[in-house]
Design a protein around this ligand. Structure first.
Ligand code: 13P
Length: 243
């Protein structure tokens, strides 16, 4: 099973996104690819078709109640949301989300039967391997230690280095291979788990040919290139060809 996750971020207005939803309905035709769309929260209700799975870009730390402006796990789940992005570096950096918030969000997602998609990755441009490994190890263990054993296997991990987001830059294939290997090794050694590990950061219809050659990757998270239906269709088809 490969994952293709589209993070639309805070893009598009109602008319445009209504058309977008119609255009992406016929992309998915392979049960070996879990095709997940994460629209902006105000438009989740427009994405109720069964040809893709629905993800939320965020979830509240709180349950239903007096929390002005929040979107709770119960509410998202009632809109057919099955996955939730947690720990994205844009939220860590721009909205000061810390690890305790991330843990609370993961717990809320589980409680409403949604799968957390947890983002990790070095935040700066330093490619110093031991430093990056230390960061990844901390990001993984802090979170997984807080998740009850029987729920851990539902976690999806995304390796997405900050410097690769929206920049057109990607790590080399050997850097990605090294990082993914390290992440999978830690998860296996510490927790005896084999979780899906995905790559995100400037994935597009051109570099996907190279990126899919990293066989141990379980899929991709696409930001900017998921906004264009035809680019997204090409990415899907190329992943499909390579399965
Ligand atoms: P880009 O694909 O635009 O680099 O965004 C990546 C991302 O942040 C996906 O979560």
């Amino acid at each position: 099973m490969k994952y293709l996750i589209c993070n639309l971020k805070a893009n598009k207005l109602k008319d445009d996104i209504t058309l977008y939803e119609e255009n992406i309905r016929n992309i998915a035709d392979d049960s070996n690819i879990e095709f997940i769309i994460c629209p902006p929260t105000p438009f989740l209700y427009l994405f109720q078709n069964n040809n893709y799975k629905l993800g939320s870009q965020d979830v509240s730390q709180f349950s239903n109640g007096s929390y002005t402006g929040e979107n709770t796990a119960e509410q998202l789940s009632s809109l057919k949301v099955k996955y939730v992005l947690v720990g994205h570096s844009e939220r860590r950096n721009l909205l000061n989300e810390d690890e305790s918030a991330i843990i609370n969000k993961i717990k809320k997602a589980y409680h409403s039967h949604m799968r957390p998609i947890y983002f990790i990755g070095e935040q700066n441009t330093s490619k110093e391997e031991s430093e990056a490994n230390k960061i990844l190890e901390r990001q993984i263990s802090h979170i997984i230690n807080e998740v009850p054993d029987y729920k851990r296997e539902k976690l999806i991990i995304v390796y997405e280095p900050l410097w690769a987001i929206g920049t057109g830059l990607t790590p080399t294939l050997s850097e990605i291979t090294t990082r993914i290997n390290f992440i999978k090794k830690i998860i296996k050694e510490y927790y005896d788990l084999s979780l899906p590990v995905l790559y995100g950061g400037s994935v597009n219809e051109n570099n996907i040919d190279e990126l899919i050659t990293v066989g141990m990757l379980d899929g991709f998270v696409v930001g900017g290139s998921s906004l264009e239906t035809e680019a997204l269709r090409k990415i899907y088809k190329k992943i499909q060809k390579n399965i």
